[in-house]
Structure formats: structure tokens, C-alpha cells
Design a protein around this ligand. Structure first.
Ligand code: PLP
Length: 386
């Protein structure tokens, strides 16, 4: 590094913001002895989060991955079925489909939104297709109108992965409320967190009932009596206590993400070779993570820039590795005969995976840190040019 700036700061890529009633509510769980999934916070959190999203039912579970699995199972997805899923997403989506025995069918990303390209879905639909799983990538809503049209025309369910889109809007509608069933994650870096955690939300009474049964060993009214294979996917009261406190300030947390992103946008737009994240006019992007794309004009590849930012004490994270490139899906598997077909072409997804990464994105990220990060990027570019 020619500009040998000392490591002035240590800016993590993302931290939770736990400055509200989190400790108070967790303490209450401990002092009252309610630490399992039974307890008042689980119910409060489920009700309040469902109502925040504008739907009837919330079923709290222990993480986002199994929220997706539970949503799929509650819809009756199983062996012989196919589910359409974006190639550019987190591996949780494809794995959740694999657990059910159904076959994930990969679709390339859209150049503008980075989400699933709706224009490429129809050609992937077969007589076995049962559902589409749109994922609102990095907080930008998918093109839901087109996905709804396709679902209607082909009689498909929509299972929305809203893990990155708490509070995001598509044409005024909350992400998670535009489908038969949706899944959220409350992992520590998500817009609201419970440490580990997730939720299935739906307006459909039957899907809700099924999800609630399956998450609790499929016990019938009689405890210890099950008619099918269920799971223990329950969220603890302690996690829900943190979630309840987070939900009290969700508007602030969402708006903070947006404020950070708008500041990054403004400062980065002057730098050649950096593409800032998308925001269609009919959506509210909540910028779960602030992702950028580094093009040739910048003078170095994304990976090299990330390496240099590390010297400034700035932590970053590479974009998702596209699903078709995952080693696990590209070799024989004796347990899963339903692996996705990875042989197609996914140029947009590949481009994003190779050239994108995200900058520090905590809700409480100080403005001074954003200025410092942008200054570091400028310095790195200038020094690489001489
Ligand atoms: C975080 C995430 C998940 C998985 O959530 P976990 O709680 O980490 O299991 C699923 N899908 C997407 C798109 C995610 O970003």
C-alpha cells in the first residue's frame, strides 16, 4: 500500500443495534424462569411482527433457513415437485427446498434489481413446478407484479424469502405480505435480530395451522401423539424477548439503513467504476446490506479493493457465491437426488458474484465512518492510478 495510512478505525461489516429494551426483556425471562419457547414474549413477538407486515399469522422459529423449510412443508411441497428459485441468493433457499425432497430450479438474476429475473421464469416452468420462491436481494423488492402474473397463469404458490427485506415496500405493500407464505430471518446481521431466529408469516389460516403443528413435532391436541413427522423448530422466549425490543424500534432501524445508503450513494456516485445499489421508483429498498459493484473503470477488481480496504480497518463481505457454482451442487450426492441443474448459463448472477461486495452496513454506523470509508476508496483508486 503506497499511502500507508495507519489503521485508524476498526469498522465491522455489520453489528446489531441492541440499545433498547433488549437487556430488560431478557432479564425478565431469566428472573421469571420462562426461558423455553413457552412464555409471553414468543406470542407478543409473533403477533406484533405479523401485524407490522400486515398479515394475520406469525409463527416464530429458530432461524431463517428452517423458516423457509417450514413454509415449504406447510404448503405441501415435497418429492416430485419443482420450485423456482434465484441463482443469485443465499444457500439457505436452495437447501430448504432440497430438505423437502423437491427439486430447486435455478433462474438467473435481473441486471437492474439483482433479484430473480421474472422474464426468465416461464421457460423454467414444467408440469412439476409447484412454487416460485422470490428473494428480495439485499433489501430490494423483486418485481412482484410479474411474479404474480406467472403464478396465477401457471397455478403456482409464491413462497417469499423476505430474510433481507424487513420493512421494504413494493408499490406500497410490505415484503412478506405479497405471497401465500413468507419467511424472515432474524440473524444478528439482519435488520431486526433475535441473535438466531426466524418467522413464517401468512394470511392463510390452513398454512398457518400446518406450520404451527409441524414446528412442534406435529403433536396433535394430545401431547406426545403425532400423525406425521414434525420438527422442533421453536424459538425461545429469550430470543423473542430480544425480538420484541427490536420491533419497538424497527422504523428507526429501517430508516437508519436507508439513511446510510443514501449517504453512500451520494458520495460514491462521483467515483468512476463503482456501481451503487439499485432502487426502482416503485419500491422502498431497505438496503439490508449496502452492496457495490466494481467495474473495470475502477482500475482493480473487487477482491483487490476489499483487500486494500482491510488495511484501513474496513471490513467488507463478498456477494453471494451463485448457486450454480456451489461445489456441493456440482458433485454426486448419495443423500440428495434432487440437486438443482447447474449446467445452464447465469451470466448476470456470475457477474454479481465476481464483482460485488458490501460495505459496512450497521444501522448505527456513524456518518463519520461513511465519510472515512468513501475517502479510503478514493485514496485507493488514486494511488492505483499513478
Ligand atoms: C439470512 C438469510 C437466510 C437464512 O437465515 P438464517 O437465519 O441465517 O438461517 C435465508 N435467505 C436469505 C436471503 C438470507 O439472507
Amino acid at each position: 500500500m503506497s499511502v500507508s495510512s495507519p489503521v485508524k478505525r476498526n469498522i465491522p461489516v455489520c453489528e446489531p443495534t441492541l440499545s433498547g429494551n433488549e437487556l430488560k426483556y431478557v432479564t425478565e425471562c431469566v428472573t421469571t424462569n420462562w426461558i423455553s419457547s413457552a412464555g409471553k414474549f414468543t406470542e407478543i413477538f409473533e403477533k406484533d411482527f405479523a401485524s407490522y407486515c400486515g398479515v394475520k399469522h406469525g409463527i416464530a422459529v429458530c432461524n431463517g433457513n428452517i423458516a423457509l423449510h417450514l413454509a415449504l412443508e406447510a404448503c405441501g411441497i415435497g418429492p416430485e415437485d419443482e420450485v423456482i428459485v434465484p441463482d443469485f441468493t443465499m444457500i439457505a433457499c436452495v437447501n430448504a427446498i432440497l430438505y423437502t425432497g423437491a427439486k430447486p430450479v435455478l433462474v438467473d438474476a435481473d441486471e437492474i434489481t439483482w433479484c430473480i429475473n421474472p422474464d426468465l421464469i416461464q421457460e423454467k416452468i414444467t408440469s412439476k413446478t409447484k412454487a416460485i420462491m422470490p428473494v428480495h436481494i439485499y433489501g430490494h423488492p423483486c418485481d412482484m407484479d410479474k411474479i404474480h402474473d406467472l403464478a396465477k397463469k401457471n397455478n403456482l404458490l409464491i413462497i417469499e424469502d423476505s430474510a433481507e427485506a424487513h420493512g421494504a415496500l413494493y408499490k406500497g405493500k410490505k415484503c412478506g405480505s405479497m405471497s401465500h407464505v413468507a419467511a424472515f430471518s432474524f440473524y444478528a446481521n439482519k435488520i431486526i435480530t433475535t441473535g438466531e431466529g426466524g418467522m413464517v408469516i401468512t394470511d392463510n389460516d390452513e398454512i398457518a395451522k400446518k406450520a404451527r403443528e409441524l414446528k412442534n413435532y406435529a403433536f396433535t391436541d394430545k401431547r406426545f401423539l403425532s400423525n406425521e413427522v414434525g420438527y422442533n423448530y421453536r424459538m425461545t422466549n429469550i430470543q423473542a424477548a430480544i425480538g420484541t425490543a427490536q420491533l419497538e424500534k424497527i422504523d428507526f432501524l429501517v430508516e437508519s439503513r436507508i439513511r446510510n445508503a443514501l449517504m453512500y450513494n451520494k458520495l460514491l456516485s462521483h467515483i468512476d467504476g463503482i456501481i451503487t445499489p439499485p432502487c426502482n421508483i416503485d419500491v422502498k429498498n431497505v438496503y439490508w446490506m449496502y452492496g457495490i459493484i466494481v467495474t473495470e473503470k475502477f482500475g482493480m477488481r473487487a477482491e483487490a479493493l476489499r483487500e486494500k480496504l482491510k488495511n484501513y480497518g474496513i471490513e467488507t463481505r463478498a456477494f453471494f457465491v451463485p448457486m450454480h457454482k456451489q461445489p456441493v451442487y456440482n458433485k454426486p450426492n448419495h443423500k440428495f437426488s434432487n440437486l438443482p441443474d447447474t449446467s445452464g448459463k447465469f451470466p448476470v448472477s456470475s457477474f454479481l458474484g465476481e464483482n460485488g461486495f458490501y460495505l459496512p452496513s450497521s444501522s448505527h454506523l456513524p456518518e463519520a465512518d461513511i465519510l472515512y470509508i468513501v475517502e479510503a476508496i478514493k485514496q485507493i483508486k488514486t494511488t492505483s492510478e499513478v
